[in-house]
Design a protein around this ligand. Structure first.
Ligand SMILES: [Ca+2]
Ligand SMILES: [Ca+2]
Ligand SMILES: [Ca+2]
Length: 323
């Protein structure tokens, strides 16, 4: 199974327009910002634990240094979500080495256990800072071998933790894995993945956001869980066998979950989970949390680009689904 995933990684990522794979959120996800609130934030504003964990995978054959860049690393000025005065601090940590990703706690992103496992390679804590506002900040250079070598995740893996350590404002930001300290230049064949995602939805109801989990051989069912969706439209699944199966959507400051069976034709493909906003456009600045578990209760990774491409519904498969 693992070797097949590696094969798919290598076939798919080599030679594609990797510009799509390097930003987080990814280009195909169409998500405007990641969000992390300060540790005194109101959970009802859309962040349940004030910590985000993102992994970047660099192919093993890349030996030149890489940088992890953050757009709008400050909490103040433009983009960020203010509550009374700006008083929030965000910790940024870049981790590599043994257990950085493979420790199960790191894949849960719930501030429990050894979620900060591995070797801390670089760290900064930022608050309100005009020098960073609406600009890029670069961590690195990192030697790719400083990551944790995990062939089933496509190469040397770096972990980025963004954690709100003080205050109650919302930090909006996005990330880019680059070969350059001063520009966004993609690392050939690299990509990002994550097990929980906390982000800002678009305000424009015409914009559809997506996440792309990959269904490996073991998955027969998944459970999706989301938080604080504000009943903002619908979440639906498109795949080779699903033509818009609905996922349950949460209300304000609420959790919702739903279970979905996996058809055998969906194995070794990606799902396209589409987030379609409420069409009146009345819901603005909507911060949300979403994650997926398989039937063993393991969190499932989703990827900054859909592995194998964006799935298309195949009428011939969908009509014969034996769910
Ligand atoms: Ca504040
Ligand atoms: Ca800002
Ligand atoms: Ca920010």
């Amino acid at each position: 199974m693992i070797s097949r995933i590696v094969l798919i990684f290598s076939c798919f990522f080599v030679g594609i327009a990797s510009m799509e794979a390097q930003p987080v959120p990814g280009a195909d996800e169409n998500i405007p910002y990641l969000v992390t609130f300060g540790s005194d934030g109101e959970k009802a504003w859309g962040d349940n634990d004030f910590c985000q964990i993102i992994f970047f995978s660099v192919p093993k054959d890349i030996t030149t240094p890489v940088f992890i860049r953050v757009f709008d690393a400050d909490i103040g000025g433009v983009h960020d979500e203010q509550k009374s005065d700006w008083n929030t601090k965000s910790f940024y940590g870049i981790y590599g080495g043994k257990n950085a990703c493979s420790n199960p706690d790191a894949q849960k992103s719930n501030l429990d256990g050894s979620y900060d496992s591995g070797t801390l390679l670089a760290t900064k804590t930022f608050g309100q800072n005009d020098d960073l506002d609406n600009k890029w900040y670069s961590f690195g250079p990192f030697n790719p071998t400083e990551g944790e070598l995990l062939p089933d995740f496509g190469g040397n893996v770096f972990k980025v933790i963004i954690e709100g350590t003080q205050g109650d404002d919302g930090n909006m930001y996005h990330l880019f894995l680059s070969t350059s300290k001063t520009e966004n230049r993609p690392v050939e064949g690299a990509f990002a993945f994550y097990f929980k995602y906390k982000f800002r939805m678009h305000d424009n109801p015409k914009e559809i956001s997506h996440i792309y989990p990959y269904i490996d051989d073991r998955v027969v069912a998944l459970k999706q869980t989301n938080f604080d969706w504000d009943s903002d439209g619908v979440i639906r699944v498109i795949s080779v066998a699903k033509n818009g199966e609905m996922m349950k959507v949460s209300g304000d400051n609420q959790w919702a979950e739903s279970r979905h069976l996996i058809n055998k034709n969906e194995k070794n493909t990606s799902l396209d989970i589409q987030m379609i906003k409420e069409q009146s456009g009345s819901i603005k600045s909507n911060n949300v949390v979403i994650y997926l578990e398989n039937q063993f209760g393991e969190l499932m990774p989703f990827y900054s680009v859909p592995i194998g491409g964006i799935p298309k519904y195949k009428y011939s498969i969908g009509m014969t689904v034996d769910e």
